[in-house]
Write a protein that binds this ligand. Structure first.
Ligand code: NAP
Length: 384
């Protein structure tokens, strides 16, 4: 990071957000300018008391109204969803760390791109829903999109300085989640508790369930499609249980470049914030004095049919990403509320995707309308 940068961490109370605060606190040339939360307002206030951001955003008026905010003399308090859009365009903000989960992160990420900011992008849902529009906007406004997802950070690092025509394919690694070695009947009986028990990563509940269904890898495949402008047939997935190789890039000459590090989101967050530089940071390092294994195996599409959806959506584009994303968000929420079974998540997504009115060139408004449509469809699907 060349000179001191003001960072707005949107979604600071989440898994990525709390890691990002730790990373920024240790960077010499970065300052936390704004923090935002939805429901965890006590944590937001603790963060503000410690890090003194100029602006503190409580995105939900419903959660903010009954909450008794302490006196925070160094920070202004902004309330409401629109304030996320405003902060992302604020003239004093240099970098927006987009760490809100789900389509709730779309408008603020969009605002940051529109304002030509550097966006450290954890909110993959923006690219899943509106990848071509978002990347066009970034190009038009000279906004830089730097991946925070560890797989995309790995690919970004491996292709640095390489010609696009030399890339044969990218290979996203997947831990396989908690059900990697389970039978289909065990997966059918998965409970919220077993599905939330991820073997290698500590993450928020939505992405943890997405990892268990492997929908997360599908969403990442779609994210890679638009972020790196690669056709779907050049994006593959391999199971790598140790989560040490974060992804691989194969070149036309057969060379494969990989990025390795222990599973810790602080490293890709830090790389997005220091790019194109690097700095010593708080993450654990690989220890080659100890023996360790790196295993790879092909994914099982029968056990994890969600993986097929990602390939299909990455191939088709248009409205499919927004529909898949919203259907999945609705279905995951219903699973976490114990209203549907584990296998129903992918089944519902498939059915809703199949019966939507496909449009190859939707506008952002069309996609937002479809997001609402797919959420209603999920409610009906559950009730049927
Ligand atoms: N966790 C990871 O390791 C990881 C890795 C790669 C990519 N990602 C991506 O990073 C994003 C965040 O994931 P996470 O695991 O950090 O999620 P998380 O722990 O659930 O945190 C989500 C954050 O978003 C806020 N939020 C939720 N709903 C909101 C709304 N309607 N309006 C405004 N803010 C809202 C939450 O606020 P409250 O907590 O205050 O309610 C929280 O700060 C996701 O897109 C995920 O796919 C995560």
């Amino acid at each position: 990071m060349p000179s001191s940068q003001n960072i707005a961490i949107l979604g600071s109370t989440g898994s990525i957000g709390t890691n990002a605060i730790e990373v920024v606190s240790q960077l010499e040339n970065a300052k936390i300018f704004a923090l935002s939360a939805n429901s965890r307002l006590s944590l937001l206030c603790e963060q503000a008391a410690k890090h003194h951001p100029e602006i503190l955003i409580a995105a939900s008026p419903e959660h903010a109204a009954p909450f008794c905010f302490p006196d925070l003399p160094n920070s202004q308090l902004w309330i409401g969803e629109d304030k996320l859009v405003e902060i992302a365009a604020h003239p004093d903000v240099d970098v927006v760390l987009a760490a809100i989960v789900g389509s709730a992160g779309l408008r603020s990420t969009w605002s940051a791109l529109e304002s030509g900011k550097t966006v450290a992008l954890a909110n993959k849902e923006t690219l899943v829903m509106a990848g071509p529009l978002a990347m066009d906007l970034a190009r038009e406004r000279n906004a830089r999109v730097l991946p925070v997802d560890s797989e995309h950070s790995a690919i970004f690092q491996a292709i640095n300085g390489e010609k696009a025509e030399n890339i044969k394919r990218v290979i996203l690694t997947a831990s396989g989640g908690p059900f990697r070695n389970s039978s289909i009947s065990e997966i059918r009986n998965a409970t919220v508790k077993t599905a939330l028990n991820h073997p290698t990563w500590k993450m928020g509940p939505k992405i943890t369930i997405d990892s268990a269904t492997m929908m997360n890898k599908s969403l990442e495949l779609i994210e890679a499609r638009w972020l790196f402008d690669l056709p779907a047939e050049k994006i593959d997935v391999v199971i790598h249980p140790q989560s040490i190789v974060h992804s691989l890039v194969e070149f036309v000459d057969g060379s494969i470049m990989a990025q390795l590090s222990p599973p810790d989101m602080k490293l890709p967050i830090q790389y997005a914030l220091t790019y194109p530089d690097r700095s010593a940071g708080p993450t654990e390092k690989l220890d080659f004095n100890e023996a360790f294994r790196l295993d790879f195996q092909p994914p099982d599409f029968e056990k994890f049919p969600a993986l097929l959806l990602g390939k299909e959506v990455a191939e088709k584009g248009g409205t499919t990403g927004a529909v898949l994303n919203a259907a999945n968000e609705g279905a995951v929420a219903a699973f976490l509320d114990e209203k549907i079974g584990f296998l129903d998540i992918t089944k519902a997504c498939r059915e809703i995707l199949n019966h939507h009115d496909f449009d190859p060139n939707p506008s952002l408004d069309d996609l937002i309308a479809l997001d609402a449509w797919a959420r209603k469809e999920i409610i009906q699907w559950i009730a049927a």
